[in-house]
Design a protein around this ligand. Sequence first.
Ligand SMILES: Nc1ncnc2c1ncn2[C@@H]1O[C@H](COP(=O)(O)OP(=O)(O)O)[C@@H](O)[C@H]1O
Ligand SMILES: [Mg+2]
Length: 290
Amino acid sequence: MVTEHEDYASKILAETARITRITKSKEKTGRVLMVTGRGGTGKSTFAALASRYLKPPLLLCDIDPDQSLGAMLGIDLEATRIKTEIGREVPIKSISDLTSDIEDEDALMELGGGELTVKLPLLLQWYTQYRSDQFDLISLGPKWTEGDYRSANFLFEFIVPNIGKNYAHIVIDSPAGLEHLNRRVVGSVDDLFVVVDPSAKSLKHIERVKKITEHVGIKYVHFYIVGNHEFDDEATQMFSNTGETFLGRMAHDDRVREYNLKGRSLWELPDDSPACVSVREILGKAGYEI
Ligand SMILES: Nc1ncnc2c1ncn2[C@@H]1O[C@H](COP(=O)(O)OP(=O)(O)O)[C@@H](O)[C@H]1O
Ligand SMILES: [Mg+2]
């Protein structure tokens, strides 16, 4: 059963997302990189490694409910506590957590009064931002309660338009598949990186990403293909002829596997390790000053 308040809250979220889209879409923000692709290709690895070489200030956004980007950076979000504006220590919230709170009348009261449209950007910054010297991290998080991700997606839509101007670069790591694109979790991207494995499925996937982004109106400036660590010369040849820009392949690196296994941050991989070297080259080809 949807309560009156839940109904009100999700309408407000949808409406505020719409207004934000209209009024703020032209505002200048940091360069937005979105990494997408099929499951297990190496999206999070690429996002984690690429973010090492981007000029700060840097915002990382994890829209995979698995929250694997944080894990690859050695962060245990579930154990993370943050200080609110008034110095209270509270567990960090995912976007889904905050959405549930907004949909729950009592929880919303606890977050303080005021106009929700004005308060939303503040709530996002106060409760959902993991901060470190190197980067900030926001995660969409798993949705435990019933219902779908629609409201959480609306809330996510605020992030880039509202706080994107505070950052030079914003990296978005995606879940597997195409659902997040279908739901238009992000409206506008500078560089869309599609990480592919050497398979016919990935070739099809590229076409689907193009079709869906066009259909739902996700705008991007560049569309890039990145080969994963399983690529060989034959695959490189094949994916170089898709008509899209193929930037190169991520080198296979045993230490990536080892670090992931041990929960060690990929930011600690030595700069000269093969995966790091290849990701730097890929970013260079995409026009980043490294
Ligand atoms: N360059 C690489 N060298 C070795 N293993 C890799 C490399 N890139 C990814 N992997 C491994 O492949 C698996 C999937 O990578 P991940 O980045 O989690 O994919 P995705 O985010 O697309 O699901 C992980 O176990 C990771 O350790
Ligand atoms: Mg991932």
